[in-house]
Ligand binder design. Structure first.
Ligand code: XUL
Ligand code: MN
Length: 346
């Protein structure tokens, strides 16, 4: 039997937020950048996930970008942190209002590709080869606004341009069915993987799966993960939780549905996720009611939930599970899992 995985954890600095939402302003002070980076090790995390402009503003010239990036890299090295993934923020600039790679205006599409390439250059500067595309605005509010078939071709063209621009990065698509757009062009993990296979280098095209995004698509996150793991395409995750079909809630991992979280940890653990250096990434939000002093608790709590569920997964007697599966005794199997989750003897 191979040795147990020692999991490494990551999150993005946007997970420590000021609590603004679409209906109200900030409710907590902004935490100073260096303090955010200091919080990682204190909370038991190993790696940082970045958007391009989480490192340096997107409109700096290249020399200023290099200087800013070097400063951030120095802080990371000092903290003993590495950069797990980097993603271009293609949804805030006025030129991305109508989409990034699928915008109808050619000049806007060019802006998006240039910015995405610049993000790959940044990744190189911070020693990161994992590149994430969350295609926030690639979709429509009304279907007649764009030619959907052309849009898919444009996404593949942009993905290819990035693979060509940097021959070492690997690109992970992060699917989400809605929000901010009404209908996203690549709503599910399956869609994202199909696009990856259409690129010039499928071996460098994979996925990052976020729990809440699978749930918003009406899918089971553990099954989505298993599907990507079967294809050797699950290269990162954003674990969190979600109360049904609402806005994207990014709640603490396991806080809504313990068994569903257990199933995700089970699938990751059984497939050896993490053994090739993958991190357990979190994408979680503090409640708006949380104070500044407590504004990293949701991260620590999500990590603790993962580790506690991991203990539970590892405590389940695999032989017993196999026997119950073989005998089709699923009522007993269900009680075995429920009892284990509740800390009861079977
Ligand atoms: C949006 C989302 C993003 C991506 C990173 O719902 O999850 O934070 O994870 O761009
Ligand atoms: Mn995410």
């Amino acid at each position: 039997m191979s040795s147990p995985t020692t999991y490494r954890f990551s999150f993005g600095p946007w997970n420590i937020s000021t609590g603004a939402d679409p209906f109200g302003p900030t409710v907590r002070n902004e935490m100073e950048y260096a303090r955010k980076l200091k919080a990682y090790k204190e909370l038991g995390f190993d790696a940082v996930q970045f958007h391009d402009d989480d490192i340096v503003p997107a409109d700096l010239d290249w020399q200023a970008t290099l200087r800013g990036t070097a400063e951030v890299k120095k802080i990371l090295d000092g903290e003993g942190l590495f950069v797990e993934i980097i993603a271009p923020r293609l949804w805030e600039d006025p030129r991305t209002v109508d989409g990034a790679f699928t915008a109808n205006n050619p000049a806007d599409r060019k802006y998006a590709i240039d910015r995405a390439k610049r993000c790959a250059d940044l990744a190189r500067e911070v020693g990161c080869k994992n590149y994430v595309l969350w295609l926030a605005r690639e979709g429509t509010y009304i279907r007649e606004a764009k030619c959907a078939k052309t849009a898919h071709a444009r996404i593949v063209d942009a993905w290819n341009a990035l693979l060509e621009h940097d021959k070492e990065i690997r690109i992970m698509g992060e699917a989400k069915p809605n929000e901010p757009v009404d209908h996203a062009y690549l709503p599910t993990v399956g869609h994202m993987m199909a696009i990856g296979y259409k690129t010039i280098d499928p071996s460098r095209s994979g996925v990052l799966i976020e729990t809440a995004h699978s749930l918003l698509a009406g899918l089971d996150p553990a099954d989505d993960m298993a599907f990507a793991l079967f294809h050797d395409k699950l290269w990162s995750v954003h674990l969190n939780d979600q109360n049904g079909l609402k806005y994207d809630q990014d709640k603490v991992f396991g806080s809504v549905d313990l068994r569903r979280a257990f199933n995700q940890v089970w699938v990751l653990e059984k497939a050896g996720y993490g053994k090739n250096g993958e991190c357990v990434g979190l994408d979680v939000k503090a409640m708006r009611t949380t104070t500044f002093e407590d504004s990293t608790l949701h991260l620590a709590n999500s990590r603790t939930m993962f580790l506690r569920l991991l203990d539970i997964v590892r405590s389940v007697d695999e032989k017993q599970v196999e026997e119950l599966r073989a005998a089709r005794k699923y009522e007993q199997l269900e009680m075995l899992i429920l009892n284990t989750l509740m800390g009861k003897k079977n």
